[in-house]
Design a protein around this ligand. Structure first.
Ligand SMILES: [Zn+2]
Length: 226
């Protein structure tokens, strides 16, 4: 479990006059303003409440603000309003915002790269397509480019379906002999609507311990052992 909770930080302490201590009749009091904040993994996320307290500096008797005069309450309220929580009480929110921003930038540049690949398809490019209606273990299938015509692409569909998009192909990751043909614009539309989840170029095939590039499309017969 992620450790999260609330904590309190003292923001300001200042002498405060105008009240006579009910306990020792001293007129020297200290007003303090604190912020309660939410933290996660001990990093302050954001402050959510400001509180204040007045204590007699002589005998530490706590003054109940609601028992003081309206004038004193107004003074205390104004003082409380001037105290601003320091930036580091927002540190967690700042970090989260940066992370989200970074993820958005990354995802945008990835999509830009994918659409550049789709606009200029090359033989052996691999497209991973997501099927939302399939069971999780059959969520993805691969389409391999076997031929590029002017505006359309011929692709062989993978025999297997995948739970995760593979980063490498194994010899047993075969493709059907027949192929489907789509217009480039349709493929770009598939990327836009999320059907194409990944476009890979130069994907390698792992054979035991050695790695080699996808064989030339001239002998596409779904058999890499040749
Ligand atoms: Zn006192």
């Amino acid at each position: 479990m992620i450790p999260a909770g609330t904590s309190t930080k003292n923001l300001k302490q200042a002498p405060f006059s105008g009240i006579t201590c009910a306990n020792c009749q001293s007129e020297n009091n200290i007003i303090s303003v604190s912020a309660s904040y939410l933290h996660i993994i001990w990093i302050p996320l954001f402050p959510y409440r400001k509180t204040m307290g007045i204590v007699c500096s002589n005998c530490k008797h706590v003054v109940r603000i609601y028992e003081t005069s309206e004038e004193v309450r107004e003074m205390a309220k104004q003082l409380k309003a001037t105290v601003k929580p320091p930036w580091y009480l927002f540190l967690g929110s700042i970090i989260l915002t940066l992370i989200i921003g970074l993820l958005v930038v990354q995802s945008t540049s990835r999509k830009n790269k994918y659409s550049a690949y789709l606009e200029n398809p090359q033989v052996n490019d691999i497209y991973a397509l997501r099927n939302a209606y399939e069971t999780p273990e059959n969520k993805y299938e691969l389409w391999k480019v076997i031929n590029v015509k002017e505006d359309s692409i011929d692709m062989s569909v993978s025999i297997f379906k995948y739970r995760y998009i593979p980063n490498q192909l194994k010899p047993e990751d075969l493709f059907f002999d027949n192929y489907i043909t789509y217009h480039k614009n349709t493929m770009l539309e598939f990327l836009k609507n999320g059907t194409i989840a990944k476009v890979s170029r130069g994907m390698t095939i792992v054979k035991g311990n050695s790695t080699e590039s996808i064989p030339d499309s001239t002998n596409i017969d779904g058999d890499y052992s040749k």
